[in-house]
Write a protein that binds this ligand. Structure first.
Ligand SMILES: Cc1ncc(COP(=O)(O)O)c(C=O)c1O
Length: 368
């Protein structure tokens, strides 16, 4: 019987398990944050960043990141309309107003010129999401943001290892947030990381991430502001330390997978994940936007692929269409891209035989 091929799954090596078990017996009492500190240090070194805070998820990292900016009540935060709910929920939960921005057709990420038009006196921050490994146009975004003195948070949950002009995703704006969810290229089961080069932001974020306690008050149970607790455990961190050692290999394999699919489907006029001379894409998920004139129904396509035991994922629906927001505004590219695109199985253990089978299924479907 054919085996089901999932979109993503973790690859846990023997050395991951060995370090995890070590943390289970060793990571207590005076060692309560031994592995977490080591993972934070290794991660910031790898990313070439000054400061890092390991968190329980990227959602937690985003929540702390936004809070650390101490924005005025009623501030607006601009973000891409094609986004996972986790990028907008911290904005709403913290009492700020999300302002959705359309995406660029070529890279599915926030459109810098449309973003600029949305900036007003109430704009407190911009969150840019690097979707499916793609990178936002950071040069244009940062130029606009610096001119207007607006902080930029990079949601790099899906772009660990992608680079823009040789700088890692998450290190170009003021704060970068990552996810180590089980579906991601590097996983700690659940988990996340916040990185920044700015000491002021780090100090604030660190305090907020630890119940509002400052370093001096650590052992006195004296908090001097209301904070959060989104901590990573030592066991998760041990997994992270071990996986981080082979990040380069993981990404090279992701790139092989992407190129294999792209080559196999070159006869179609599909838009794949975006890369140009400035960008190195870590291709978290190989993704395809079919031509907008193809009358594509993701529902039918998914049914067909599932019948053949292959999982496919639709792109995130436009946030503006969710019932919590129900905007009537038209976001042309977001709608086209979101409803005409899908992700393919991209976990690193996928075989050429499996990819050939998937390529042939897609060929058959789109030649109908
Ligand atoms: C773009 C984006 N932002 C944020 C998150 C939230 O990450 P986490 O599940 O670690 O909270 C995800 C998770 O998949 C994501 O894809």
């Amino acid at each position: 019987m054919k085996k089901f091929i999932p979109i993503a799954k973790p690859y846990i090596s023997k050395s991951d398990i060995k370090l995890g078990i070590e943390a289970f017996s060793n990571g207590w009492n005076k060692n309560h944050s031994l592995y977490v500190n080591k993972f934070e240090n290794n991660f910031k070194k790898k990313m070439n960043s000054n400061y890092s805070i390991a968190t329980s998820s990227c959602t937690g990292a985003l929540t702390i990141a936004i809070s650390s900016l101490k924005l005025k009540k009623g501030s607006e935060i601009i973000l891409s309309n094609i986004n996972w709910i986790a990028t907008v929920s911290p904005i709403v939960n913290l009492g700020y107003k999300p302002v959705f921005c359309d995406v660029e057709y070529k890279n599915w990420c926030i459109d810098p010129s449309k973003m600029e038009n949305l900036i007003n006196k109430k704009t407190g921050a911009i969150i840019v999401t690097h979707l499916y490994g793609n990178l936002c146009d950071m040069e244009k975004i940062m130029k606009i943001a610096r001119e207007k003195k607006i902080p930029v948070i990079e949601d790099a949950a899906e772009a660990l290892g992608s680079k823009y002009k040789k700088k890692y995703a998450g290190t170009i704006g003021d704060i970068g947030c990552f996810s180590f969810h089980a579906s991601k290229s590097l996983t700690t089961g659940e988990g996340g990381m916040l990185i920044t080069n700015k000491k002021k932001i780090y100090d604030k974020a660190k305090k907020l991430s630890d119940h509002g306690r400052s370093k001096n008050n650590y052992s006195s149970y004296l908090a001097d502001e209301i904070g959060f607790k989104f901590k990573m455990t030592n066991f998760q961190a041990a997994l992270g330390i071990s996986q981080l050692k082979r990040l380069k290999k993981i990404i090279l394999r992701k790139r092989e997978i992407f190129n294999y699919y792209k080559d196999g489907l070159k006869e179609f006029n599909f838009n794949f994940n975006y890369e140009d001379k400035k960008i190195y894409n870590s291709y978290w998920l190989t993704s395809i936007c079919v031509n907008e004139n193809k009358n594509f129904s993701f529902k039918n396509f998914k049914k067909y692929m599932l019948k053949n035991k292959v999982d496919v994922r639709n792109f995130f629906p436009p946030l503006s269409k969710l019932k919590m927001f129900r905007s009537r505004k038209k976001y042309r590219n977001s709608f086209i891209v979101s409803y005409n695109s899908f992700n393919l199985p991209s976990h690193i253990e996928i075989t050429n035989k499996q990819m050939n089978m998937i390529i042939n299924l897609i060929k058959k479907y789109f030649k109908k």
